[in-house]
Design a binder for this molecule. Structure first.
Ligand code: 13P
Length: 260
C-alpha cells in the first residue's frame, strides 16, 4: 500500500509571517492524519518554519513535514551560494525536491547532476522527491515517454532497489506547471503507469509497487479528486494552490477522504 503524499512547493514565495499564517490556517482547516503532507518553503525559512511546526503540532491530527527545494551534492566547501544536505537536515528537513523543471530549464540542471544529488540525499537519510516532466514541444513531437524514461533512469542511476523504494517521483509535465492547464486524469494516469512499468522492468515489482508517484501541474481542489482516483497517482506536488491555505487544505481533505 502506498500512502498518499501531498507536498506544497512554495517556490520563491512567502516571507516568515506569511508562512506562519499559512501553517496556522492549514492546521485549522484540516482533520487529516492518514496521509503524508509536506511543505517546501524557500531556503531562508526552512529553519524557522520547521521550528514553528514543532512548536505548534502538538495535538494536531495533521503532521506536516518540511522539505527543501534543492541541495548540492557535496558536503561542504567552496560552492558559493549552495547548501548541503547535511545543512538541510540540521534545520529540520525530511524531504528535498530535486530536478524540478524550473531548475532544469533556468539553472541548467542535468540528469547527471540530479543523480549525484539523489545519491547524497539518500546517503544522509533525506528523502528525495525526483521531478520529471516533458515540455509541450516534446509532447507534440510524440517524444514524451522517451524523455520521461531518460530523466527517470538517468536520475536513478546506480541506486540500489532499496534506496529507490524510499524516493518519491513527481511527474510534472512542464506545459501544465503554472499554466492552469492540468493534464487530464487519463493523460496523467497513462504516464504514471508508464513510469511504474519502467520501474518494474528495470528494478522489479517490489520497487515499482513501493515508489510513490505524485502528479504536479496546476493541481487544485477542483481537479484533485479525479487525479487521485487514478490507480498510479499517489499524491500531488502543488505550486500555486499550496500558497493558499483554503485550497491546500481542501486538497488534503479530498485526498484523505478518497478511500485510497
Ligand atoms: P503549479 O501547481 O503552480 O502548476 O506548480 C506545480 C509545480 O511546479 C510544483 O512543483
Amino acid at each position: 500500500m502506498r500512502r498518499i503524499f501531498i507536498a506544497g512547493n512554495w517556490k520563491m514565495n512567502t516571507n516568515f509571517q506569511e508562512a506562519k499564517e499559512l501553517i496556522d490556517a492549514i492546521y485549522q482547516q484540516t482533520n487529516s492524519h492518514d496521509i503524508d503532507v509536506a511543505v517546501c518553503p524557500p531556503m531562508p525559512y526552512l529553519s524557522s518554519v520547521s521550528n514553528y511546526i514543532k512548536e505548534n503540532e502538538h495535538q494536531k491530527s495533521l503532521q506536516i513535514k518540511v522539505g527543501a527545494q534543492n541541495m548540492h551534492w557535496e558536503e561542504k566547501g567552496a560552492y558559493t551560494g549552495e547548501v548541503s544536505g547535511t545543512m538541510l537536515q540540521d534545520v529540520g528537513c525530511t524531504y528535498v525536491v530535486l530536478g524540478h523543471s524550473e531548475r532544469r530549464a533556468l539553472f541548467s540542471e542535468t540528469n547527471n547532476g540530479i543523480n549525484k544529488k539523489i545519491h547524497k540525499a539518500l546517503a544522509l537519510g533525506l528523502l528525495p522527491i525526483l521531478c520529471i516532466g516533458e515540455t509541450l514541444e516534446e509532447r507534440e513531437k510524440g517524444k514524451e515517454k522517451e524523455i520521461i524514461e531518460k530523466q527517470l533512469l538517468e536520475g536513478l542511476t546506480d541506486l540500489l532497489p532499496s534506496q529507490i523504494e524510499t524516493c518519491t517521483l513527481a511527474y510534472e509535465p512542464v506545459w501544465a506547471i503554472g499554466t492552469g492547464k492540468t493534464a487530464s486524469p487519463e493523460i496523467a494516469q497513462d504516464m504514471h503507469a508508464f513510469i511504474r512499468k519502467t520501474l518494474t522492468e528495470k528494478y522489479g515489482k517490489n520497487v515499482s509497487d513501493s515508489v510513490r508517484i505524485q502528479y504536479g501541474g496546476s493541481v487544485k481542489p477542483q481537479n484533485i479528486q479525479e487525479l487521485i482516483a487514478q490507480n498510479d497517482i499517489d499524491g500531488a506536488l502543488i505550486g500555486g494552490a499550496s500558497l493558499k491555505a483554503d485550497s491546500f487544505s481542501k486538497i488534503i481533505e479530498i485526498c484523505s477522504l478518497s478511500g485510497k
